[in-house]
Design a protein. Structure first.
Ligand code: S3P
Length: 425
């Protein structure tokens, strides 16, 4: 399905409730399936990726049903059972990497596969440390299909070279079922939803700065309210900052400090963003944001903040085209390992609409402020974040753009266009 994005002559006004966090939804359904007893998950995401995790958990013996459109009732048996079929992770790297950690320590064998994009994504980062823990994994040169023979795992002390929440969570999940103690250290802190939820479900886990220590534990079922996704909110935050006269409220946004890099960047660029009304929900911080049109200036984004806004870098590249001066984004080489190479994809597509943007080894250099021309046919590379970022770019283009394969937004954010339309009325 292609989508025509005409330039918006209007501002964004009004308020929206941001839908469920993809990362937290994955964790909620997986952890509840490992627990023994009934968990209730409110505000579960209807994105295709969390649904892939949910279907795999069902195939592994958890009893899972929707009691209404967004509430999941999960009855975990405390033990998983051998799946009948190959487990399909679809487009979801989170599902595949987390499942490697969960399945490596089971008593049965299993096979994980994924779609074309996932088949190209690197799995060495999880297979290597899991093998050190005693896992038996055969892959196609560290790509799917991944054949896992259940094994007795033992804890290790592991220092990762990359700050990846997927790798960290995989090892913590393996450690949950391993003998002895599993210690995991990352160079700087990546999103910590797994640690917070494991604590909330009574796992034996401790956090010391960039190190987590976990011991074998049985998870307790819980009632979990999934927070709104700041990565989804990012498209509205940026759009309101660059569309003149905009003034919006975005409600129920997850404000976990390991995810709020986008807010820091907006502030550093002189953007208008206020946090209203914070509270803790199911061990996570959540709040409402007020965002207004701003005169933006360029900045440099690098170092420890990168893992805290990794999924927002495509939309930040759009933001930077509307900021005065040179924005430099460094240390973001892992963007090449996402659903597509997000550096090449954003540079190619933003150049088509007239942006002054250059690809570097580990990021982008963007000169602004540029009047984007539009009048282009845009590729999404079957990547939801490229589709949504280019949609926002389209709103400030002089002429329409046509985005091909726009339905890929459904991977994380099926409500995306409906919510934009609401704010444009
Ligand atoms: C995720 C972690 C991030 C992010 C992905 C979701 C998670 O990946 O890009 O969309 O839910 O843990 P890395 O931590 O591997 O960078």
């Amino acid at each position: 399905m292609a989508n025509m994005i005409p330039p918006v002559k209007k501002s964004l006004n009004g308020s929206i409730i941001i839908p469920s966090d993809k990362s937290v939804s994955h964790r909620a359904v997986m952890f509840a399936s490992l627990a023994k007893g009934e968990s209730v998950i409110h505000n579960f995401s209807r994105g295709a990726d969390p649904i892939s995790s949910m279907e795999i958990c069902s195939a592994l013996g958890a009893d899972i049903k929707f009691s209404d459109s967004n509430t999941l009732i999960v009855n975990g048996k405390g033990l998983l059972s051998k799946p009948v079929n190959v487990l399909n992770c679809g487009n979801s790297g989170t599902t595949m990497r987390f499942m490697c950690g969960i399945l490596a320590g089971q008593t049965f064998d299993s096979v994980l596969m994924g779609d074309e994009s996932l088949s190209k994504r690197p799995m060495k980062r999880v297979i290597e440390p899991l093998t050190l823990m005693g896992a038996n994994i055969i892959s196609d040169n560290y790509h799917e299909p991944i054949k896992i023979s259940g094994a007795d795992l033992h804890g290790i002390s592991y220092s990762s070279k990359i700050s990846s929440a997927q790798v960290k969570s995989c090892l913590l999940l393996a450690g949950l079922n391993a003998n002895g103690l599993t210690e995991y250290t990352e160079p700087s802190i990546s999103r910590n939803h797994s640690e917070l939820m494991l604590k909330y479900m009574n796992a034996d886990i401790e956090t010391f700065g960039t190190t987590n220590i976990i011991r074998k534990s049985v998870l307790e079922p819980q009632e979990i309210h999934v927070i709104g996704d700041i990565s989804s909110a990012a498209y509205f935050i940026v759009a309101a900052n660059i569309l003149p006269n905009s003034d919006i409220i975005i409600r129920n946004v997850g404000l976990n400090a390991t995810r709020t890099g986008i807010i820091d960047v907006i502030k550093a660029m002189g953007g208008n963003i206020e946090i209203l009304d914070k509270k803790i929900v199911s061990n996570e911080l959540v709040g409402d944001l007020r965002v207004r049109y701003s005169q933006l200036k360029a900045c440099t984004i690098e170092g420890e903040i990168i893992p805290q806004l990794i999924d927002e870098l495509p939309i930040i590249s759009v933001l930077a085209t509307q900021a005065e001066g040179q924005t430099i984004i460094k240390n973001a080489e892992d963007l090449k390992n996402k659903e597509t190479n997000r550096i090449t994809a954003m540079v190619t597509e933003l150049k088509k609409v007239g942006a002054d943007i250059v690809e570097t080894e580990d990021g982008f250099i963007i000169n602004g402020k540029t009047k984007l021309q539009g009048d282009a046919e845009i590729n999404t590379y079957f990547d939801h974040r490229i589709a949504m970022s280019m949609y926002v770019a389209g709103l400030v283009c002089e002429k329409s753009i046509l985005i091909k394969d726009f339905e890929w937004v459904n991977i994380s954010f099926p409500e995306f266009e409906k919510l934009f339309n609401r704010l444009m009325q």
